[in-house]
Design a protein around this ligand. Structure first.
Ligand SMILES: Cc1cc2nc3c(=O)[nH]c(=O)nc-3n(C[C@H](O)[C@H](O)[C@H](O)COP(=O)(O)OP(=O)(O)OC[C@H]3O[C@@H](n4cnc5c(N)ncnc54)[C@H](O)[C@@H]3O)c2cc1C
Length: 385
């Protein structure tokens, strides 16, 4: 036996799962196929404080490149909904390394340059077949990201709506003063079917712009190219310098499916838990449950289902509310989005707080008071599109 728990993928979810399990006394081996943590980097470049708070974590200045005051959601005709909420533009390589160091300090055996290729059950233990030979453990946590091969090799359908993965491409760009604004900008509408284009200021002359689409194939480049031209026009720029292009899949509204089986748990993007903060919190829950199960000597599906119970209590409603919201947006016309934005334009939205369910209710009450007819726009959700 090489460890109590083998974690596959030093992702935000995997790092937290490994750390929590180790802190609870389990012997943990964390495998990462990249030769170096954070290289090449994942395209994620920012997050908001609220989510980090839920993980009990604090942003560390070592990886923050720019502090944000909040976000603007901008409709097709330029109506702005302003949400003040502190956030951070981050250097994802430094972020990954920051957590990898923390994780190793707790005693996790982190091995890079090792790719997991398969898992076999042998008696009461698991054999993880890797590029560096076979490793054995009592239980396995799969945190290998949205393109998870290991979960599908085991026949697990971890996403309820895999057709709804948002495929995104981000460009790191430079132009004088482009990184200075303090608001993240999301542009919604049919120029990016199913989701958004973005502008993330990154301090000084640096920024990132991205395009994310759903049900339009895996290559968002045509939408990004159109966004670059529109962005230059909006910001009055003649030229921008492109530093780097990064792409990937984001399971934002895919909803977790079948992510636990005997001795095995799937976590993070691989299980439809999208976003750095969400993946980290799910990793913490998963790591705690794995360590407790090993201690009890019962790693059956029923014992590991505590992970599903805790996760659902914290996040199920939020994920379903989010899915309904983004599906409605995908089906709305630009005109409907503009009319909806009019209701919230120039309003102080700081009253919105609490759980996702509470937030949905507060938005509902606000709309009923301000413009009840706007509620009818939600009928778009029922369209067959
Ligand atoms: C373009 C894009 C931009 C995004 N931007 C943001 C953002 O700004 N903010 C935000 O919160 N979220 C963002 N997201 C979503 C977010 O990045 C993911 O939800 C988050 O990274 C969580 O992913 P994860 O922990 O599941 O795995 P990942 O971050 O995908 O990591 C998986 C890890 O597993 C390793 N691995 C894979 N297979 C194996 C194997 N067989 N053996 C060993 N190791 C393996 C990989 O090398 C990788 O290190 C973005 C997503 C995309 C695609």
């Amino acid at each position: 036996m090489d460890a109590d728990i083998i974690v596959i993928g030093a992702s935000p979810a995997g790092l937290m799962a490994a750390r929590n399990a180790c802190e609870k006394g389990a012997d943990v081996l964390l495998l990462e196929k990249k030769e170096e943590i954070g290289n090449p980097p994942h395209p994620a470049n920012s997050f908001f404080k609220g989510m980090l708070d839920r993980c009990g974590e604090r942003a560390d200045p070592s990886y923050v490149v720019h502090y944000l005051k909040g976000m603007k959601i901008i409709s097709p005709e330029g109506r702005e909904i302003i949400v003040e909420t502190p956030g951070y533009s981050i250097d994802k390589t430094k972020f990954d390394r920051f957590y990898a160091e923390k994780v190793m300090k707790t005693g996790v055996d982190l091995r890079t340059g090792i790719e997991a290729r398969d898992i076999w059950k042998e008696g009461g233990e698991f054999a993880v077949i890797t590029s560096a030979g076979t490793l054995r453990s009592k239980t396995v946590i799969i945190s290998d990201g949205i393109n998870s091969k290991i979960a599908s090799l085991l026949g697990m359908n971890t996403l309820k709506h895999p057709e709804d993965i948002a495929w995104g491409t981000e460009l790191e760009i430079r132009a004088p003063g482009l990184g200075k604004p303090e608001m993240f900008e999301y542009y919604v509408g049919n120029h990016a079917p199913g989701w958004k284009t973005t502008y993330a200021p990154r301090g000084g002359d640096n920024a990132a712009i991205g395009a994310y689409v759903r049900r339009c194939g895996k290559d968002a480049t045509p939408y990004l190219n159109a966004w670059v031209e529109k962005f230059k026009q909006l910001k009055g720029l003649e030229e921008i310098e492109v530093v780097r292009k990064l792409s990937g899949g984001d399971p934002i509204v895919t909803i977790p499916g079948d992510y636990i089986t005997d001795g095995i748990m799937v976590v993070g993007g691989a299980a439809g838990q999208s976003g750095i903060g969400y993946a980290m919190r799910a990793g913490q829950i998963c790591g705690d449950v794995a360590a407790d199960a090993v201690k009890k000597g019962d790693v059956s599906k029923s014992s590991l289902s505590e992970y599903r119970k805790v996760w659902e209590k914290e996040f199920k409603v939020e994920h379903y509310v989010g899915r309904i919201g983004l599906e409605t947006l995908r089906k709305m016309t630009d005109r409907e989005i503009d009319e909806m934005a009019k209701v919230f334009e120039n309003e102080d939205l700081s009253f919105i707080h609490g759980s996702a369910f509470e937030q949905a209710m507060q938005v509902f009450t606000f709309m009923m008071k301000k413009k009840p007819s706007a509620m009818l726009k939600y009928r778009a959700f029922l369209r067959n599109k």
